[in-house]
Ligand binder design. Structure first.
Ligand SMILES: *[C@@H]1O[C@H](CO)[C@@H](O)[C@H](O)[C@H]1NC(C)=O
Ligand SMILES: *[C@@H]1O[C@H](CO)[C@@H](O)[C@H](O)[C@H]1NC(C)=O
Ligand SMILES: *[C@@H]1O[C@H](CO)[C@@H](O)[C@H](O)[C@H]1NC(C)=O
Length: 398
């Protein structure tokens, strides 16, 4: 070492200096968990209040069952417009990034627009990836919202220039944002299937749904977005509405390791495979973008296969809150309706109200993505787990 030529001494100190800079840079990231903002698009799996705000001035809709107790009871202690008893995956992400819970875009009168710099949510309960006109032309009318993915992207484009300050600031802000693209597309299938379309017919929508998601991602990349988390569809064959609709079917229709409906889960798998194929192509096209697939399906299959292992001692297929029947689901008696029943311990249930999961189940999905292997590429290869903050306990209050 004493004879070390000065040139290599120099280069090693340059390397040291570089490492120190890297450490400093990482520390500055540590302060904000890798991203300075979350920009979200999607449906009820990510809506933190948009539909509630959209419905507030529509007579008769301000009391949609999602907006009444016991929604929100376990964490927020009031209904917030979230379709669960507490937090959603997006809330856990925001917490872990050290960011405020992502604010709904709708209803802001302009005063709070600066707050959107740390996160803005365009997701709406009931939203589809394809436009309402596509579904309406097929006789499927969306009872909740026409705010499809295209509409949400329109809101983004319209509002973004006032959320950031000038071209440079806008580029900077969007490039350091985590874009949560979904889950979206589930309702394109749910609304059609639950209004009586066959699985074969709905399967034809899949390439179109995936194309709508991909084109939205492309547009955002062109606007400067760099990092995307794109969830696939959940295993819809494990949902009480379908389990109720097909109740009493031939045993061969059910996956005997979960009790879920095989053909409907295959539909979700088909969507997810096609989505991943398209994401692979996007990664080749946009090499400096981080395009991360979030495997909600397999993250959720963990607790559908082994509910007890996750504390879901009441099983994974029966809703905590609903109108009775074998899966505590009845489309004419929704959770929060006067004659619905509510379970005593939501943390021991996977399913909250039929189509939506409990906070406890969403937490398992969050952990599987951010601390486990259910993202592709692995989220921690882009943002190390050590930069994430612990999340609050299930029952802690705001
Ligand atoms: C969706 O759009 C149609 C046609 O413009 C309108 O009649 C309907 O009320 C809208 N639905 C919702 C839920 O906003
Ligand atoms: C589950 O289904 C598989 C394939 O249909 C069958 O081979 C297996 O024996 C079944 N297991 C049980 C426990 O019924
Ligand atoms: C749903 O509730 C209605 C009204 O109580 C009842 O008539 C119907 O049989 C129930 N359906 C199921 C599937 O339990």
């Amino acid at each position: 070492m004493a004879n070390l030529p000065s040139s290599s001494f120099c280069s090693s100190s340059i390397i040291t200096a570089f490492l120190i800079l890297q450490v400093l840079w990482s520390c500055s990231l540590l302060a904000n968990g890798c991203y300075t903002s979350i920009i979200s698009f999607g449906d009820s799996l990510a809506d933190t209040g948009n539909l509630k705000l959209l419905s507030a001035d529509k007579p008769g809709e301000e009391s949609l069952h999602f907006f009444l107790p016991p929604y929100g009871e376990s964490f927020f202690h009031v209904p917030t417009g979230r379709c669960s008893n507490g937090r959603l995956v997006i809330d856990f992400i925001a917490e872990s990034m050290g960011l405020p819970l992502v604010r709904p875009f709708v209803g802001d009168n302009g005063n709070g627009i600066m707050e959107f710099r740390k996160g803005v949510n365009y997701a709406v309960v009931g939203a589809t990836a394809l436009d309402s006109s596509f579904h309406a032309a097929r006789g499927v009318h969306n009872p909740l919202t026409n705010s499809s993915l295209r509409v949400q992207l329109g809101w983004f484009k319209q509002s973004w220039p006032s959320i950031c300050r000038h071209v440079q600031d806008c580029n900077h802000l969007i490039s350091r944002s985590l874009i949560l693209m979904g889950e979206i597309g589930g309702n394109d299938y749910n609304h059609a299937l639950l209004s009586g379309k066959s699985i074969d017919e709905v399967e034809i929508y899949v390439p179109l749904v995936v194309k709508a998601i991909i084109s939205t991602v492309k547009e955002l990349i062109k606007l400067g977005a760099k990092t995307f988390l794109i969830p696939g569809n959940l295993p819809i064959g494990c949902s009480p509405p379908y389990l109720t609709m097909y109740y009493g079917s031939d045993k061969a229709e059910y996956d005997n390791s979960t009790g879920c409906l095989i053909r409907l889960n295959k539909l979700s798998e088909y969507h997810n495979e096609l989505l991943q194929t398209e994401l692979k192509q996007l990664r080749e096209l946009y090499r400096d973008a981080n395009i991360i697939y979030a495997d909600y399906y397999n993250a959720a299959m963990q607790f559908f296969r082994y509910p007890n292992k996750y504390g879901f001692t009441n099983g994974a297929l029966k809703a905590c809150c609903g109108g009775g029947g074998p899966f505590n689901y009845n489309s004419s008696i929704q959770c929060a309706d006067p004659s619905s029943t509510l379970c005593a311990h939501p943390d021991t249930y996977v399913n909250w109200d039929g189509l939506h999961l409990t906070q406890a189940a969403y937490k398992v999905i969050y952990k599987s993505l951010f601390q486990g292997p259910y993202t592709m590429p692995r989220f921690n290869s882009i943002c190390p787990t050590s930069m994430l903050r612990p999340i609050k306990e299930l029952s802690s209050s705001m």
